[in-house]
Design a protein around this ligand. Structure first.
Ligand SMILES: [Cu+2]
Length: 481
């Protein structure tokens, strides 16, 4: 059934039953508390602590925000102020990063250089610009050296900005479900296992995959209705290769907002930090449709698998040969959807760049510390500015992966558009803040540096690689001053 047939189908079943047009009706409601801004202010207390929590039918000892995995769901509107009182009750330093938000990267705002020490309480305060795009963003720790461990222990939460996209009639009428995808490697006591050195190099993965802290939760899709399924990869290293078995779905948004029009997909590759919105019309025979993740080789699988066998280590998806369940979509009672959205918004192309830079991702060996993950031959140094850019200019960054494994490149503060892959123009016009660069491949991203000055970071979002050095500092300068 194509989109026009869907419209006809949708109209035909309008006579069957009229159910309330409730925007949120999920059978598997997330346990995470929802905090929405009120009168222009989102004020919330967050506490990071080690907690015993239910996870996928068992009990796990995890790092949590407010004793929830995933953490509380935060929701704001453009123009709002965000005030978070954050307490660290972990036995190690941490901090907060607001992934994908175009906000101030300095001071009390989205500052990745900040350390929040054990038993310390601090404020995070920042303003969402009035012209901020709507989208699914998220928050997680960004304390260099401990990021992979803290995410793998559960620390992550969604951060939604509402806006014009949400007021499209079709999306207003759709059921909305956000799934936070995480993976865990737990021992019999429910504690997170320490990864083997090889797994740390590869990027740690676990064999327990959860969506909103549940294993294979059931979601409801009304017959004739629309499901807006929003997916966030909050895993430290795992790449999800997602397919909705025997059922069509359309990509409608990426990291930084909607596409120009729904785009039919077979599979969706979601690397760490990435998000997608999928629109699923309830136009198939009623039944249960599994959402699965398929095996994906993120590089050197044979060699690494051989090493894992010799060392008996857990190598996560390396051992995956079959589809693994993420969630299942069950058809529910009929209901009328809004019209299929033929268009969603505009993704205006950015002007030609004034500067083009190259970033070579590769691996090295440090005689003292072992494996190193490098950008342009250098490991991360807190005290070194790697790149200076001017606010108000557009740059092309060519990300060249010379390594035999995938790396997912993430830039803070300013979103970008992928304009080319391996020198060929990228057909999909979309706003992104993470781009997966497969082994030995190249991606060219175009960035408009807007509004905010100060230092922030770019890095591999396979967080073990970031922790082991694959990160650099970009300083944004205002040349007019
Ligand atoms: Cu990497």
């Amino acid at each position: 059934m194509d989109r026009r047939q869907f419209l006809a189908f949708s109209t035909a079943i309008a006579g069957i039953a009229l159910l309330p047009r409730c925007a949120t009706s999920q059978l598997s409601a997330p346990k995470s508390t929802l905090y929405r801004s009120q009168a222009g202010l989102l004020e919330v207390d967050l506490t990071a602590q080690l907690t015993s929590v239910p996870l996928a039918g068992r009990t796990a000892q995890l790092m949590t925000y407010n004793q929830q995995v995933p953490g509380p769901r935060l929701e704001v509107n453009p123009g709002d102020r965000v005030q978070i009182r954050f307490t660290n009750q972990l036995e190690q330093p941490t901090n907060l990063h607001f992934h994908g938000l175009h906000v101030d990267p300095t001071g009390l705002a989205d500052n990745p250089f900040r350390a929040v020490n054990p038993n310390e309480t601090v404020d995070y305060v920042f303003d969402i610009p009035a012209d901020h795009p709507a989208g699914l963003f998220w928050y997680h720790p960004h304390y260099h050296g401990l990021v992979a461990q803290q995410l793998f222990s559960g620390l992550a939460g969604e951060f939604i900005v509402r806006g014009a996209d949400d007021r499209l009639p079709a999306l207003q009428s759709a059921q909305e479900t956000v799934l936070v995808l995480q993976d865990f490697d737990l021992n019999r006591q429910g504690q997170v296992r320490e990864p083997m050195p090889m797994a740390r190099m590869w990027g740690r993965e676990g064999d327990l995959i959860t969506a909103n802290g549940q294993a294979n939760p059931a979601l409801s899709l009304a017959l004739g209705g629309l499901l807006r399924l929003r997916l966030l990869n909050a895993s430290p290293s795992r790449i999800y290769r997602l397919r909705l078995q025997n059922h069509p779905w359309w990509l409608i948004a990426t990291d930084g907002g909607t596409l120009q029009a729904p785009t039919a997909q077979d599979e969706v590759l979601l690397s760490p930090g990435e998000r997608v919105d999928m629109l699923i019309p309830g136009d198939q025979p009623p039944g249960t449709y599994p959402l699965v993740t398929l095996p994906y080789d993120r590089g050197l699988a044979d060699m690494m698998a051989g090493m894992a066998n010799r060392h008996g280590g857990h190598m996560g998806s390396l051992g995956q040969t079959e589809p693994l369940p993420i969630a299942q979509i069950n058809y529910g009672a009929p209901r009328v959807a809004g019209d299929w959205p033929e268009t969603l918004g505009t993704v205006d192309p950015l002007p030609e760049p004034t500067t083009t830079r190259e970033f070579v991702l590769d691996h090295g060996l440090d005689p003292e510390t072992g494996d190193q993950f490098l950008i342009n031959g250098r490991a991360f140094d807190h005290h070194r500015v790697d790149v200076q850019v001017n606010v108000g200019t557009v740059e092309d960054w060519v990300i060249i992966n010379r390594a035999g494994m995938d790396h997912s490149f993430h830039l803070h503060t300013n979103p970008f558009q992928v304009v080319a892959r391996n020198g060929q123009p990228e057909p999909l016009k979309a706003w992104k803040d993470v781009v997966n660069v497969p082994a030995y491949e190249t991606a060219t991203i175009r960035i408009a540096f807007r509004q905010f000055v100060g230092k922030t970071v770019y890095h591999c979002h396979m967080l073990d690689h970031e922790d082991q050095g694959m990160m650099g500092i970009v300083e944004m300068l205002d040349i007019k001053k």
